[in-house]
Design a protein around this ligand. Structure first.
Ligand SMILES: Cc1cc2nc3c(=O)[nH]c(=O)nc-3n(C[C@H](O)[C@H](O)[C@H](O)COP(=O)(O)O)c2cc1C
Length: 407
């Protein structure tokens, strides 16, 4: 059986998350000191060389993103932690924040030094009020100890909109506006919060940084899949024996995740499909289970790693029924700013309701495919662009479930 490797969860269960001394005794804040002893370009190069890519879904090279903000001369820059965690089935950021909040704060302060920012915000989803309390306590302890030096961090709470996890909608929301995505470019590293250079990174991305600084870029780059090195925290849900969270190297296969860590399908039933990366993830059939979970391998099979949520479905699941619910979610969560998403998510849901009632046919399935293809290129943000992925992958791999409805 493949083994777990705990980098971001290294302190899980070992320290009291609300006692900063325990974090410091475990080596905490040494990496920030090490980072501050380096020049900013040296530090950015080190993060770039580690190969660390964003753990929030888009998989962008972290050090490269930082270099865009560093290169801009501005009297104010911001560091924003995306803790919106709105993907259904995902709770990895909560686990990190609940159990090791200082690790996140240290990662943010490292980023602050690298780009020349003295102000950070953590945007935490509104459904996690107890996590907000933990974060605020952790921040006040860090301020009292003076470990963050001149870097200040504040927490902002979301109000339950999925689209506010999209970085530019998140920025609008922090600014006190309605959470809707912005037109891009300019991208946030150039013009973000209040028009200033802003780095938005995910909780898990930040929590990797203290370890990368401690052990070195080369060490990190050697773990897991070379194109997406390191580990990934995954949350296992659905028809699986072990509904747990794990942290595994990125060259672990989907089969190892489901049958090794997950203990296989619950109730001795057969596997039917797995959706990885949250609601917008593609549906993966049995034949592709030996794919590695890293970002590039998943993209190559038309799926995503996304947030790392793993939703397993057994043989009794009706794929059309599941997809109808998925499309309902997107219709509800579309912010309505752009026409392809506002209208497209509505039409997709309408068609799936129609199919579920046994009223579709092959021609309509073709129209649904066409609609999905248009949305994935025409929508303004990742919400509408990714919404067709589950639909299109089921039309490709689970056609029989659709036809069974119509007969
Ligand atoms: C609809 C939508 C929801 C998103 N939700 C989240 C989220 O909850 N957390 C997150 O870190 N990124 C989320 N993202 C991705 C962010 O836009 C952004 O890519 C990410 O925060 C960048 O951080 P990273 O480079 O560390 O991954 C979402 C994107 C979209 C389009």
């Amino acid at each position: 059986m493949a083994e777990e490797m705990r980098i971001v969860l290294r302190n899980y269960g070992k320290i009291d998350p609300l006692n900063i001394d325990e974090y410091i005794n475990a080596g905490g804040y040494k990496s920030l000191e090490k980072a501050r002893a380096m020049s900013q370009p040296e530090l950015i190069e080190e993060v770039k060389n580690s190969g660390l890519r964003g753990r929030g879904g888009a998989g962008f090279n972290c050090g490269q993103k930082w270099s865009f903000s560093y290169g801009i001369d501005s009297e104010q820059k911001f560091v924003v932690c995306n803790a919106d965690e709105g993907e259904p089935g995902t709770y990895k950021d909560r686990i990190i924040m609940e159990n090791d909040p200082q690790s996140l704060l240290e990662g943010m302060a490292i980023c602050g030094y690298a780009i020349g920012s003295d102000k950070g915000y953590i945007y935490c989803r509104g459904e996690y009020p107890y996590v907000v309390e933990i974060l605020n306590k952790a921040i006040s302890q860090a301020k009292e100890k003076g470990v963050l030096k001149d870097f200040d961090i504040e927490v902002r709470m979301g109000a339950g909109a999925y689209v506010c996890g999209e970085e530019s909608a998140l920025i609008e929301s922090i600014e006190g506006k309605r959470g809707e995505p912005r037109y891009k470019p300019p991208f946030p590293p150039v013009s973000g919060l209040w028009g200033k250079p802003t780095i938005v990174n995910n909780v898990e991305t930040f929590a990797n940084l203290p370890v990368i600084l401690e052990k070195g870029a080369e060490w990190y780059a050697g773990i897991g899949a070379p194109a997406y090195p390191g580990t990934k925290v995954m949350t296992l849900t659905g028809d699986i024996n072990n509904r747990i969270f794990i942290e595994v190297p990125t060259d672990t296969t989907i089969r190892q995740v489901i049958y090794g860590f997950g203990g296989g399908i619950a109730g001795g039933k057969k596997f039917k499909a797995v959706q990885i990366g949250g609601t917008s993830g593609g549906f993966i059939p049995e034949a592709l289970l030996d794919t590695q979970i890293d970002f590039n391998s998943m993209a190559a099979i038309g799926a995503t790693l996304g947030s790392g949520a793993v939703f397993v479905m057994d043989e009794t699941r009706d794929i059309v029924d599941v997809i109808e619910k998925v499309t309902k979610f997107f219709e509800h969560e579309s912010c309505g700013k752009c026409t392809p998403c506002r209208e497209g998510t509505k039409r997709m849901h309408e068609m799936l309701k129609h199919f579920k009632a046994g009223q579709g046919n092959a021609k309509e399935m073709g129209r649904l495919k066409k609609l999905g293809a248009v949305m994935s290129v025409a929508c303004l943000c990742g919400l509408g662009q990714a919404a067709p992925a589950p639909v299109l992958t089921t039309l490709e791999h689970f056609q029989a479930d659709y036809f069974n409805k119509f007969c």
